[in-house]
Design a binder for this molecule. Sequence first.
Ligand SMILES: C[S@@+](CC[C@H](N)C(=O)[O-])C[C@H]1O[C@@H](n2cnc3c(N)ncnc32)[C@H](O)[C@@H]1O
Length: 230
Amino acid sequence: VLEGFHPVKHALRFDADIEMVLTPDAAALEALALELAPDVLDRLRDLLTLVPPASWPRLGAGAVNPVMAVARKPAFDAAGFLAEPAGGPPLVLLEEPTHLGNVGAVIRTAAAAGAAAVLTLRGPDPWHPAALRGSAGLHFALPVARLSALEGSCRPLVAVHPEGEALGVRPLPPNAILTFGSERRGLSPDLLERADRRVAIPMRIGVSSLNLAAAAAIMLYTWRLGPESG
Ligand SMILES: C[S@@+](CC[C@H](N)C(=O)[O-])C[C@H]1O[C@@H](n2cnc3c(N)ncnc32)[C@H](O)[C@@H]1O
């Protein structure tokens, strides 16, 4: 379920399989699309269903949102993907994230940076509408899936952890799984032990950690701006 203009815009732009787009005010929505995203206007018109304004609040989209949509979650073979040895961009793995806003923010940055995928290990469904709001609908720009276990991967596992070698001393390996821990507990001993490397983002003394989504943004843009991203 996509709530608001920007999530619907990105879903259209990244070819989501959209079943319906709903609005209580087609003229206002068209004006918004013309101003902010004329590239999606034709498809938006084709999919549009008008909802009586009196019924709109009952859909839970919020008074300020002039649009919501329902789209199909793309199929994704996470096991096959993890087993691929192909070189390329890193993928992000979030271990038991708890805050759906953080999950969405990581997906948004990962899409912008050109990451290969965002996977979550246990924790809430990363396709929850709150995560889709946080990503502005950029779930459709790269594979997003939840795993119950990390198995069969032949990619180097990089634990992003406050205690490790400082970021920037060595390039990140190609194809890396950049693994981040949960907001409160951090990475589990199991993943820390399995990691091929532990990388820390330097911080001023006295600061214990960065926000999860901020840490992911720093790691992804270090890769993106470095020579290893090509
Ligand atoms: C809010 S932090 C978790 C804090 C947790 N109390 C701990 O000690 O790890 C969430 C995640 O962001 C990443 N992170 C935050 N600050 C970091 C830093 N300075 N260096 C490396 N990773 C960091 C780690 O992956 C961490 O598990």
